[in-house]
Design a protein around this ligand. Sequence first.
Ligand SMILES: *Cc1c(COP(=O)(O)O)cnc(C)c1O
Length: 408
Amino acid sequence: MTEKKIPITGFSSLAIHGGHKQDPNFAHLTPIYATSTFVYDDAEQGMRRFSGKEEGYIYTRWGNPSFTEAENKIAAMEGFGINDKHGNPLELKAILHASGMAAISTTILLNLKAGDKILTHFSLYGGTEELFQNLLPALGIETIIADLRDLNKAESIIKSDDTIRMLYLETPANPTIQCVDIDLLSKLAKQKNMIVACDNTFATPYLQQPFRYDIDFVVHSTTKFLNGHGTSIGGVLIGKDIEFMKTKGIKVHKTLGGNSNPFDAFLLNNGMKTLEVRMERHCQNAMIIAKFLETNPSITKVNYNGLTSHPDYAIAKKQMRHPGAMMSFELKGGLQAGIRFMNRLNMCTRTVSLGTCDTLLSHPASMTHYSVPKKDREKYGITDGLIRMSVGMENVEDILNDLDQALK
Ligand SMILES: *Cc1c(COP(=O)(O)O)cnc(C)c1O
């Protein structure tokens, strides 16, 4: 099984062919390798595999051909068009996980120990915040949360505390689609030799490649735009120190046991092939919809990083190909207006999550954040009338019509 070495110049070609190896039985698509373990011709072969002298699979928690294709495809996309410091194409190593949260947990436990601190910003994904705030302190790992759009503040925090070991970024982030400057923040962190990790879920490697800057790790929830069809949960950790990823990275990952499974990896492999075409359509629709919402009299505010009114418009423009497909907006009339709007939607889907073909809308105040006291959620910009939207790939006229009638 050798990986196809085809000269590829475009992102979509890579998304389609990258990571694929000819199947020994000539199946067109890499099959779902539904097997827990792999066999040896003889004891000597077993010995060679376990000692690492021969490449090959051993046990699915450690690796599986269905995972390998997804891992190599994602690594290729994250490194697409980037050169390393010697001018050679940047090589990356990805490890597929059971979920975005599994990938994030591995990233932390792989790199930090008791006494270390994480520096991060507001509006992290809820699960990540829960991990950082409520689980890691018991292991002696504390998190400092600051507004990292203020670079002077970021610099003074970094300079004042030698125990900060990791800068953790997530950009763009919920619910206001806040963006932080990956380039400038990673440069500050590297002055103190900190580890820099970035959650690239909202953007995907098609819109944003954090490895263009001086960072060490990218994590994704592949559940979202990478899969693109809402058919499976998954996550991935990508690193640029290949030796570290292949030794300690794999070791920590397989010991923690947050492995993917062959069926979900198969769904992911197929979903990712259309990433470029999907993102182009998602983003094109999102821009039209944001402009429509901005002029609608029932709406007081639209948070979309493609609008010049967004506070992080310039940062997004600098580091993203297009502004993405996530936005939120505030309805006049608070909680009741939010509930009424959600109930009136016909075509668009009422649900949480993001990154599927259909347009998804949620109302945090009555759904995900219902049990969070109002004054706590308002600190994060989750007002009573806030609606979050993952813009889908339907014909934009149909999305506009549905939103328009629900807003009336
Ligand atoms: C969904 C999400 C996660 C967590 O991913 P799961 O696959 O649900 O574990 C992490 N970060 C971001 C930005 C997400 O949207």
